[in-house]
Design a binder for this molecule. Structure first.
Ligand SMILES: Cc1cc2nc3c(=O)[nH]c(=O)nc-3n(C[C@H](O)[C@H](O)[C@H](O)COP(=O)(O)OP(=O)(O)OC[C@H]3O[C@@H](n4cnc5c(N)ncnc54)[C@H](O)[C@@H]3O)c2cc1C
Length: 405
């Protein structure tokens, strides 16, 4: 029986598996999905775990609840892909498995890119996984306690002014005020939340009107904006900038920049300068028509610009990858991938979101509610949708979960 092997169970991989399973309903083909962990994580929500807004299990769904019987899940890390021999090696807790494939889908996502900045990796907190979110939450809660119980001033530094960093800093500001409501003796003036970017504005890739609204909201939340500040070095207790300026730090959060997260690949593949696999208009890897790549690890040019690292890109690409595997197998013409951006919504803490929908700039409470509704619909399985909706509703009226785990 022919098989399709999908490496990576994120937005790209999971939805490719589900789309394939629909298309190949009546045809005998085996679909394998391989991931290092046994659950899907809804990455755009993990910053809410870090500030105690949602519980851990609301952002994750075990693969077994999403995938159907046509898809076999294998837990393990792929450490080698041999494109010439059409074989992969999976390292797992139950041993090594070698798997031959007829079609291969590479959807291994990305990892944090520290751009070789001195001290950045060893002195920063990342935010890519569930473990990262918990580690960050524990540290933030420790710092709030230190601030409450001692005279110490706390500096929380968030590096990068992209959407994730902006959302995270607003959430941290809300966490601080939430803490202040519980502990009246907390002096919030001693807590400095510093958002740092080398550009002259936050959200540099967004419409200037969105940037202005975001900037105003961040300032309203007493977040200090360090713009035009390029980080040169990160130490345990400081950040040094290229212009010689230095700030103190009790925590550095580095979400800025991602690099593709690829296993070793034997074969003649072309990578872009960041290390992403270059794919053609059908999302195939050049010279290997049976191999596809999508999502954060793939480099796809449209109108001479590479597509951004977004869940909505990976999600939309998954349909084309599945269809093109189906078409190849059935000797039909392949479909070109054309990306149409649906819109952007950025939440800035409770009750406020800004964005652009079909070209119109929107902001306010209603769009914050819309932002949540969109995410609710995107999270897989009805069970998780209900749990998340309950968690969010509860958090509007009851205490956050600030247990350290
Ligand atoms: C904090 C944060 C917030 C974000 N917010 C948004 C947002 O609001 N909107 C938006 O559109 N995008 C957002 N993104 C970006 C979005 O999460 C990514 O673009 C999207 O997850 C990419 O999907 P993917 O399938 O390519 O990779 P991923 O979703 O990262 O999935 C890759 C999978 O591959 C697995 N894997 C990796 N290597 C191996 C291996 N060797 N063997 C086996 N398994 C492997 C990983 O475990 C992972 O499950 C955010 C990202 C972050 C970090």
């Amino acid at each position: 029986m022919k098989n399709v092997v999908i490496i990576g169970g994120g937005f790209g991989g999971v939805y490719t598996a589900l789309n394939l399973s629909k298309l190949f309903k009546k045809i005998d083909i085996k679909i394998y999905l391989i991931d290092k962990k046994n659950y899907f994580i809804f990455v755009p929500l993990i910053h809410e775990i870090a500030v105690g807004k949602i519980s851990i299990d609301n952002a994750i769904v075990p693969y077994i609840d999403i995938l159907n019987k046509n898809i076999e899940f294998l837990e393990g890390e792929v450490d080698l892909i041999d494109l010439d021999k059409k074989i992969i090696n999976v390292k797992s807790f139950y041993g090594n498995i070698k798997l031959n494939y007829h079609y291969l889908v590479i959807a291994t996502g990305s990892k944090t890119n520290f751009f070789n900045i001195k001290g950045a990796q060893s002195n920063s907190y990342e935010l890519k996984s569930l473990q990262d979110a918990l580690r960050l939450k524990n540290k933030l809660l420790d710092l709030l306690e230190i601030c409450r119980l001692t005279e110490k001033e706390i500096n929380i530094n968030i590096i990068g002014g992209g959407a994730t960093e902006v959302e995270l800093s607003a959430e941290i500001a809300d966490l601080v005020y939430y803490y202040k409501n519980i502990y009246k003796n907390l002096n919030v003036d001693k807590i400095k939340i510093n958002l740092i970017d080398k550009n002259n504005d936050v959200l540099i890739q967004f419409d200037p009107r969105i940037r202005e609204k975001a900037r105003n909201k961040l300032i309203e939340k007493k977040i200090n904006l360090f713009l035009n500040k390029e980080v040169e070095e990160i130490g345990e207790s400081y950040i040094k900038f290229k212009d010689g300026y230095k700030i103190n730090s009790d925590i550095n959060i580095w979400v800025a920049g991602v690099a593709p997260n690829l296993p070793n690949i034997v074969g003649d593949i072309k990578l872009d300068k960041t290390g992403k696999i270059i794919v053609n208009e059908y999302l195939q890897v050049k010279d290997y028509k049976e191999v596809f790549a999508l999502g954060d690890c793939a480099y796809f040019l449209q109108n001479n610009k590479p597509l951004p690292n977004l869940a909505q890109v990976a999600f939309k690409q998954s349909k084309t990858v599945a269809l093109n595997i189906y078409n190849l197998e059935n000797k039909k013409e392949l479909k070109k991938f054309i990306y149409k951006h649906t819109g952007d919504l950025i939440s800035l803490g409770d009750w406020y979101a800004i964005g652009k929908i079909y070209g119109t700039i929107v902001s306010g409470k209603f769009f914050w509610w819309l932002w949540r509704t969109v995410y609710l619909f995107k999270i897989p399985t009805l069970k998780k949708k209900i749990k998340l909706a309950i968690d969010w509703t509860f958090n509007l009226f009851y205490n956050r979960d600030i247990s350290k785990i």
